[in-house]
Design a protein around this ligand. Structure first.
Ligand SMILES: *Cc1c(COP(=O)(O)O)cnc(C)c1O
Length: 372
């Protein structure tokens, strides 16, 4: 019979539930044989890759037999210049997900506490569980210290104990799209003990247009325990290549550099990210398409009488006013993939990524069919 392999895994790993990704288009195609499928399920960029990025990848492919630059010098230099930070404060990751994990592994031992909000990004509990740390989940705001469903930073500050090592803040948060303001963040960060690492996950920062959004980079000098994470997966359109980065005190970057795999970002991703950063036209188009699409989806859902959580991201989480799973299934049958968020404790909501005008239109049409 052999031994019970499951019992060989660490207790943290035994308690893990795997991350649930959006359903791939090819999978639905195999299952239903549909030829027109719209996927609005993984907050991907609907524009498709930038032409400059494709050309850069083509040129870099001649060097595929070589290992990538393990220090990512060109991308770090480009980021440092673009953001006005010191090159030594930049850490590159295989997606920002990689960096979230590196941070937990570098700073938190089994049994110590990692703090995050109810409804926060699903990767935080996974990372916490994987290293055998203790998740402390702070109830979301109710409109007093934050918008409904948002991170309540007052409650989060009060939940810090002598055992807290790390706090994750998604700003804006996925799947709610809610954000914390400059004022809320400023009060919070000044009250956090300096031996507690604060991660602000800014995966959607490029889409943000509100003026009271915290300018966190300016605070790095004052708060050496602050780490900002960002990604090329969303507004820059490179989700398939896996590249993200963090900004932090150079000593923190030095620690993360010891934990990461030596070649954690591949050569095509490094080259593509440099090209993406330079392609300001593509970024502007992405943001404009998102703004227009967000209005389109909000208008359509409003017409159907649905309530929505106001979002700063490239997605909108909509209250269906009834269990969302059957609606999700019916939408699949009609060729539309959206995202269930019942695993976040939101069984009546669906998260819709903003697509092109045509994709949004198709989604709204099929949504009205399944609601009829
Ligand atoms: C999409 C997302 C990420 C980015 O993931 P990558 O690993 O960079 O693709 C990080 N945080 C949040 C909140 C996200 O929604």
């Amino acid at each position: 019979m052999g031994c019970d392999l499951f019992s060989l895994a660490t207790s943290g790993v035994q308690g893990l539930s795997p991350y649930l990704p959006g359903k791939p288009v090819t999978e639905l195609q195999r299952e239903l044989g549909l030829d027109y499928i719209v996927k609005l399920a993984s907050n991907e960029n609907p524009l498709g890759p930038s032409g400059h990025v494709l050309a850069a990848i083509q040129a870099a492919s001649a060097e595929l037999t070589r290992y990538p630059d393990g220090n990512g010098f060109e991308l770090k230099s480009a980021l440092a210049q673009h953001l006005g930070v010191d090159l030594a404060s930049v850490t590159l990751g295989n997606g920002s997900n990689d960096i979230l994990e590196l941070i937990a592994r570098a700073f938190v031992s089994p049994g110590e506490e990692i703090l995050f909000s109810q409804y926060a990004f699903a990767v935080y509990p996974i990372v916490t569980q994987a290293i055998g740390a203790k998740a402390v989940i702070v109830p979301a705001g109710n409109g007093q210290n934050s918008t409904e469903y948002g991170h309540d930073l007052v409650a989060m500050a009060s939940a810090i104990t002598a055992n807290t090592r790390l706090i994750f803040i998604a700003n804006p948060n996925n799947p709610t799209g809610t954000y914390v303001t400059q004022q809320q963040f400023s009060t919070f960060i000044s009250s956090v003990p300096e031996n507690v690492i604060v991660v602000v996950d800014e995966a959607y920062v490029e889409y943000v247009t509100v003026s009271d959004y915290p300018a966190t980079i300016a605070w790095l000098a004052e708060y050496p325990n602050l780490i900002i994470t960002r990604t090329f997966s969303k507004a820059y359109g490179l989700a398939g290549l896996r590249v993200g980065y963090s900004l932090s005190h150079p000593d923190v970057a030095n620690i993360l550099n010891r934990v990461r795999q030596p070649f954690n970002v591949n050569s095509l991703a490094l080259t593509a990210a440099v090209a993406a950063l330079a392609d300001t036209t593509y970024l502007a188009q992405s943001v404009a398409l998102n703004d227009a699409g967000m209005e389109q989806i909000k208008r359509g859902c409003g017409t159907l009488g649905l309530k929505m959580i106001p979002s700063l991201g490239n997605f909108l989480t909509v209250d269906m006013g009834q269990p969302a799973a059957p609606l999700y299934q019916k939408l699949l049958a009609l060729g539309v993939i959206v995202r269930l968020v019942d695993n976040y404790g939101l069984p009546n909501h669906l998260r819709i990524s903003i697509g092109t005008e045509e994709e949004n239109q198709f989604f709204l049409k099929q949504l009205s069919v399944v609601l009829a």
